[in-house]
Design a protein around this ligand. Structure first.
Ligand code: ADP
Ligand code: ZN
Length: 435
């Protein structure tokens, strides 16, 4: 059996790949120029015609699309096909505001299933796997995205959706689930509940997890692997590009982009300048094959960098660095830029700590201050108040060393921080809104 789901497209030599990408890009630019007034106006304003894209690097002359453009054109203003060709509509979970619509043609749905099958295959999932899909089914792209990908491979799919954690565990044990899909946060919720129910998932047939939809630290990944006795893989995507399936981890744990479908660039978020290979900035994507809503240079607000080199796994698809955070999640504390994932990494360095934490941003005069609440492992609580206070002080000191901010850490009782079935809420902003 091949290591690749789609050997031709996953291992295509760069020169050949770029020729195909250019052709698809030219077709897409023409498609939106002729069908989507928003793009016609945007190109005209810059005096650009689709034909002026003669090389992949010419794309950087074209305008970017931002989330607000989707909101302004809600619900179907950016649609590139008549409504009768739209066969399904998803919408984003709205982590950072109003929902965003995602329409698909029948071909868009087939392509999505294909990129998801490719992603799951790279994680080692095969036809004989029993896949329990705990991503939310519904408008959120996670549920149906993973569902269709697993069906494409011919796996047995158990569509549990998110929630009802005890039932997840009962079914996992009874059905002999071998692969589990969810957000990383929910995977930890499931693992924790299993421990409380006296179940040891590590003894079960479960062997692969594919997680995504929210930023998670490397330490969090290891924690999930240890607690579930699995290899944890990752899928990345966004509603604006049709959902998960934009990138996926290979056996080398590199995050490959399905570059035949999504053309990636990284820009400086302030100037919009294209950044060189390997440099961190804002990730943007142009959909190369989608037709119901092909977005041009969509600004994800996600922080990453790109590498175009062949991977030891044999794939020639470009890789992106794991998302360390979104620009929208960035906190500025005493002039220092802080991402929740950085605090997470520090907390997880401490074996005494659990994976549940919450950051509270407070107003201190004109400045912002950060307070961390985190749960410790059960046995820590029996060591007395003094030990807990010492531990808090050590974590606080480490946050100061690594991130450069002073932040008190409060160790709170077990189960005080709300558990999530989907994307976790890590930050509560208690600052007064300046009008
Ligand atoms: P919303 O923007 O409302 O959360 P989506 O469900 O479309 O809507 O979420 C897409 C976003 O989720 C991405 O832009 C990214 O910030 C995050 N995301 C998705 N997959 C991953 C992943 N594997 N790692 C980190 N972040 C991810
Ligand atoms: Zn690889």
């Amino acid at each position: 059996m091949s290591e690749f789901w789609d050997e031709k497209n996953e291992t295509m030599p760069r020169e050949e790949r770029e020729a195909v990408q250019l052709k698809d890009l030219q077709d897409t630019l023409k498609w939106v120029y002729e069908r989507v007034p928003f793009y016609k106006n945007a190109f005209d304003e810059m005096g650009l015609k689709p034909e002026e894209c003669q090389s992949l690097s010419d794309l950087s002359k074209f305008p970017t699309t931002i989330k607000n453009d989707l909101r302004d054109n809600y619900p179907f203003g950016l649609c590139g096909v008549p409504m009768e060709e739209v066969v399904r509509i998803h919408a984003s979970s709205g982590t950072t505001g109003k929902p965003v619509t995602g329409p698909y043609t029948a071909q868009d749905l087939d392509d999505w299933a294909e990129t998801m099958a490719r992603s799951l295959w790279a994680a080692g999932i095969r036809q004989n796997d029993i896949c329990q899909n705990a991503y939310g089914y519904g408008l959120f792209t996670g549920g149906l995205g993973f569902h269709q990908g697993a069906l494409g491979i011919g796996c047995t799919v158990v569509p549990t959706s998110a929630g009802l954690t005890e039932r997840q565990l009962t079914l996992m044990e009874d059905f002999g689930t071998t692969a589990f899909f969810s957000t990383p946060t929910y995977a930890l919720t499931v693992a924790e509940r299993a421990r409380r129910m006296g179940m040891d998932i590590r003894e079960w047939p479960l062997k692969i997890g594919v997680f995504g939809a929210e930023p998670w630290s490397r330490q969090m990944r290891e924690e999930i692997e240890n607690r579930m006795g699995i290899v944890a893989h990752e899928a990345y995507g966004l509603t604006e590009m049709g959902g998960p399936g934009v990138s996926f981890t290979c056996p080398e744990q590199r995050l490959h982009i399905s570059e035949d479908h999504f053309y990636p660039e990284v820009i400086d978020p302030d100037t919009g300048e294209l950044l060189p290979e390997g440099q961190q900035g804002e990730l943007i994507f142009t959909a190369l094959k989608r037709r119901a809503m092909p977005l041009i240079r969509f600004r994800t607000r996600d922080i990453s960098s790109l590498k175009h080199e062949e991977c030891a796994c044999g794939r020639t698809l470009a890789t992106m660095e794991r998302i360390t955070g979104r620009f929208d999640d960035m906190l500025i504390i005493s002039g220092v830029n802080v991402f929740p994932s950085q605090v997470e990494s520090v907390i997880m360095e401490f074996p005494e700590m659990e994976t549940h934490y919450l950051l509270r941003v407070k107003q201190k005069g004109y400045l912002s201050a950060l307070e961390v609440e985190a749960e410790a492992r059960e046995d820590v609580y029996s060591q007395g108040q003094k030990a807990i206070e010492e531990l808090s002080a050590r974590i606080s000191e480490r946050i100061h060393q690594v991130i450069g901010i002073t932040s008190p850490v409060t160790i709170v009782p077990m189960n005080t921080i709300a558990r999530s079935e989907g994307k976790a809420v890590r930050v509560i902003d208690e600052r007064e809104k300046i009008q």
